[in-house]
Design a protein around this ligand. Structure first.
Ligand code: PHE
Length: 345
């Protein structure tokens, strides 16, 4: 018995466990119903009475040592698994979210406008932002020194000779470049940045974006223009949108019109966005002046066409009720973030 007690005492001292399961196995092996220490207590009953006192004490010490060691191991094992978690190995921790940017509202609006005309069968054409006087004015029936040039205050890049370079004031210049290159039928939209020498305010900016369109073929009429604009307005602002056309003047179209859509906020009743009129102006348009066709080598007896042009910022303002044009250029994250959940962005 003495040897057994010594052997088990040594075993307890050197006992090591890495997991809960190993601790439990050690407990069962030593203190379980058929465990080594339990067995010694059974043997104790049969030893000589004079030895009982000595071995009784020894057995009790052994049992206490075993229980203390098991408790100590249990604690060590659970502390080390908690320790692993606090050193960054918590696999259940949610991942870090990356901050995603979002599309700029002007890009969203431009793509929506261009997308609608693409669906109608229009191609997309682009051209230079630094243009010459010929493509921005001359070929569009603005004679030299004609007062209509004052309609669009121009930034000049070079001055003084016959065909100065300037920042284009509209993307109609791209339509001219298209007509110079291809014969009808022509269906194009020209998105792009334009520049006008205007004081910056809530309603005007010196840089903005346009989408202009051109449709030339045989027998194109004003009714075709009206239908194209109506379909566009309904795609852009909703199926119940109405349009109205008011007579206007552009040197490159005759007749010319300005187009209003029914106010999508008050539905025609009158509110402060439409200034009580029930209508919002969205674009200018008209039948291409025969002089413009001829200037670019298109036979005006055989072909006719229509053109239209709109400001992207203005369309976006009306669609999303933005009350100040400057928001588009100031990169305020609170404003830009509003568009991060826009469908399709
Ligand atoms: N180019 C004109 C503008 O910038 C818009 C327009 C285009 C009007 C085509 C009529 C026809 O204001």
């Amino acid at each position: 018995m003495k040897e057994s007690i010594e052997k088990i005492t040594a075993e307890i001292k050197s006992l090591q466990c890495k997991t809960d399961k190993e601790v439990e196995e050690a407990r069962v092996r030593l203190l379980g119903k058929k465990g080594e220490i339990t067995k010694l207590f059974d043997d104790f009953r049969t030893i000589a009475p004079e030895l009982k006192r000595e071995f009784g004490q020894k057995l009790n010490v052994l049992k206490n040592e075993a229980m203390a060691k098991i408790a100590e191991l249990k604690e060590a094992v659970s502390a080390s698994s908690a320790g692993a978690a606090s050193t960054g190995n918590d696999v259940s921790m949610p991942g870090e979210l990356h901050q995603l940017g979002s599309r700029h509202p002007v890009s969203i609006a431009r793509e929506e406008i261009v997308g609608i005309f693409r669906k109608f069968g229009y191609d997309v054409a682009e051209g230079p932002e630094i243009e010459d006087d010929y493509h921005v004015f001359e070929a569009l029936n603005f004679p030299p020194n004609h007062p209509a040039r004052d309609m669009q205050d121009t930034f000049f890049v070079s001055n003084g000779h016959l065909n100065p370079l300037l920042l284009r004031t509209h993307t109609s210049s791209v339509q001219v470049r298209t007509m110079e290159k291809v014969q009808p039928p022509i269906r194009v939209v020209c998105p792009g940045r334009v520049f006008r020498n205007e004081a910056i305010s809530a309603r005007a900016h010196c840089i903005f974006h346009q989408v202009e369109g051109l449709y030339i073929d045989e027998n194109v009429t004003f009714a075709d223009l009206k239908q194209a604009i109506l379909l566009f307005a309904r795609e852009m602002f909703g199926a119940d949108t109405q349009i109205r056309m008011r007579p206007s003047y552009f040197p490159f179209t005759e007749p010319s019109a300005e187009v209003d859509v029914s106010c999508n906020i008050c539905h025609g009743k009158g509110c402060n966005i439409c200034k009580g009129t029930g209508w919002l102006e969205i674009l200018g348009c008209g039948m291409v002046d025969p002089n413009v066709l001829e200037a670019s080598g298109i036979d005006s007896k055989k072909y006719s066409g229509f053109a239209f042009g709109m400001g992207v910022e203005r369309i976006a303002m009306l669609k999303w009720q933005v009350n100040d044009l400057r928001h588009y250029f100031e990169n305020d994250m609170r404003f830009l973030g509003e568009f991060s959940t826009y469908p399709g962005v």
